[in-house]
Design a protein around this ligand. Structure first.
Ligand code: TXE
Length: 501
């Protein structure tokens, strides 16, 4: 049997939008989508122009204003969401393979985490809406004051290329669960699995127009979508500059958005940590997902007492990471999404060397491959947190290591960043762990563990890492309007204006 890669390479898949309950006939500009491991074209993406975006938004608008979904019972919505969950799991192998071919992320991670997470997103929000509640205030004598939640409307969901299905399905599942209509725009670099999800969702029971798909580049399709007057919000994951542009487009309409943006997270390793676990965690924290991860612990701070031993061990393990075909279950690091991303490694090594940093490992394209965007995992020793290497998001398998002496010093260094998405602490001292977690200006802190995500909890960033929180209650706040309804429990006197004359 031909592999999916052979099939896609032999006959690139035609990907087009899904508007008003039908896949769009291919039209508009055609963009090549490439397999980052081979450089081969695997899909031809038909870019949605402003007219197609308008049709998608208006389809979602009609579905919201006149369709059945927002008024559907919780039971009905749960049934549909659970059917989507089951359908994703039934296609899990195919989706994982497709995601690895399109993104370069190792199959161990797409099959082991991303695709199961995509399915779980639908189950989680199906269960969540079964338990969510409004508020009732009784303190005002004689009145019952209720705060109810209603769906927000038409949600524009703009996804990134680093975890396309996992992150976009989170937006889609939560927006739908709370009764909204959606227009989804995946990254033009990685449209395949989200388009496949739209096929898979057929027959799961979503009403016509409830979900729409547009594809294309940010400045064409993305800008038309986020600037459309009939959307009610944007949920966006991507770069900080793009997030700022989207917020600008929303400001005129006094609309909001959820922004999950960049990061440059600190990983603090104290002398008294469990050395082996901290080492494993630091490697995972920066090199998982090919290092293209918003919550990467890319700035590693090691306390002086163990610094030499830790840096030597980290360097040796970095050099031993298995770089290879993302479809090989043994691969630990696949290719970068495109040439521009892989060139960032050599670029930042040069920047670092100019700034006085020392190359510990990697630093160049991986020599073992004739094609594809393969790079060596890279680590540099830096002595100044003000260096560009420590301040700019590289978004690649690139670690900086710095040595520190005291707790106060390392907290200041960790917080010396325009970003504030995540942080990691490794120590055997519980009091210190809590103190440092409290002092870190970040949305999430992991203590003695690499990233673990409980969907019930809030996820999002301080400062330039974003706005709003995803997760159970965070998504409920993001995708609903609050409405206060006041009811007198007895006849209360009303000032009788106009009766005096
Ligand atoms: O992302 P973009 P890029 C960071 C990372 C990376 C940098 C740039 O540092 O190097 O961002 O990556 C759509 N209106 N992250 O340029 O452009 C675009 O089509 C509306 C962090 O590839 O932000 C895609 O669907 N939409 C990150 C999505 O935005 C626009 C994940 C993200 O692409 C648009 C990815 C516009 N004007 C990159 N311009 C994370 N937080 O995990 C672009 N888009």
């Amino acid at each position: 049997m031909r592999s999916l890669r052979d099939t896609l390479t032999g006959k690139p898949r035609v990907v087009s939008g899904f508007v008003d309950d039908a896949f769009e006939p291919p039209r508009g500009a055609v963009l090549d989508v490439r397999d980052p491991a081979t450089g081969e074209i695997i899909a031809q993406l038909h870019e949605s122009d402003a007219a197609e975006v308008d049709a998608a938004v208006m389809s979602a608008r009609r579905a919201f204003d006149t369709g059945p979904w927002r008024k559907a019972t919780v039971d009905e919505r749960q049934r549909v969401l659970m059917r989507i969950h089951d359908a994703i799991l039934a296609h899990a192998d195919e989706l994982a393979e497709m995601e690895s071919i399109n993104t370069g992320i190792p199959i161990r991670q797409t099959r082991g985490m991303h695709v199961p997470r995509a399915a779980y997103n639908f189950r989680f929000f199906a269960e969540y809406i079964g338990q969510s509640a409004g508020e009732v205030y009784t303190q005002e004598p004689g009145y019952l004051t209720m705060v109810l939640r209603e769906p927000l409307g038409v949600c524009a969901l703009i996804g990134p290329w680093n975890v396309p299905l996992g992150l976009t399905s989170m937006k889609l599942a939560s927006a739908l669960a709370f009764g909204n209509s959606c227009v989804v725009k995946p990254s033009e670099l990685t449209p395949l699995t989200v388009a496949r999800l739209f096929e898979i969702m057929q027959g799961c029971g979503l009403p016509p127009g409830q979900v729409n798909l547009v594809n294309g580049r940010g400045h064409v399709t993305g800008a038309a979508l986020s600037g459309h007057p009939q959307i009610d919000m944007v949920s966006f994951t991507g770069g900080t500059e793009t997030g700022a542009a989207i917020l600008g487009a929303l400001a005129g309409g006094i609309k909001g958005g959820a922004m999950e943006l960049g990061g440059k997270s600190a990983n603090i390793i104290f002398d008294d940590c469990d050395f082996d676990r901290a080492l494993d965690g630091a490697l995972m924290g920066v090199y998982a997902n090919n290092g293209q991860m918003c919550l990467a612990g890319a700035r590693i701070f090691v306390q002086r007492g163990i610094a030499e031993r830790f840096i030597d061990a980290f360097t040796a393990r970095t050099c031993a990471i298995r770089v290879g075909d993302p479809l090989d279950p043994q691969t630990e690091l696949g290719p970068m999404i495109n040439a521009a991303q892989s060139e960032r490694i050599a670029h930042y090594v040069a920047v670092g060397q100019e700034e006085g940093a020392r190359l510990l490992a990697g630093g160049k394209p991986h020599p073992g491959f004739d094609a594809g965007n393969f790079v060596e995992p890279t680590a540099m020793l830096v002595n100044d947190n003000a260096a560009r290497l420590c301040q700019e998001e590289i978004f690649a398998p690139f670690a900086t290591l710095q040595v520190f002496d005291s707790e106060e010093e390392v907290v200041a260094l960790a917080n010396d960043s325009r970003f504030g998405l995540a942080g990691y602490i490794w120590t055997g001292n519980l009091g210190r762990a809590h103190r440092v977690a409290g002092a870190m200006r970040t949305g999430t802190v992991w203590i003695n563990t690499p990233m673990v995500r409980d969907l019930r909890s809030a996820f999002g960033g301080y400062r330039e890492s974003g706005l709003g929180r995803e997760g159970g209650r965070g998504c409920e706040a993001m995708y609903t309007e609050q409405k206060t309804v006041i009811l007198p429990l007895e006849e209360r006197p009303i000032p009788a204006l106009g009766r005096l004359s």
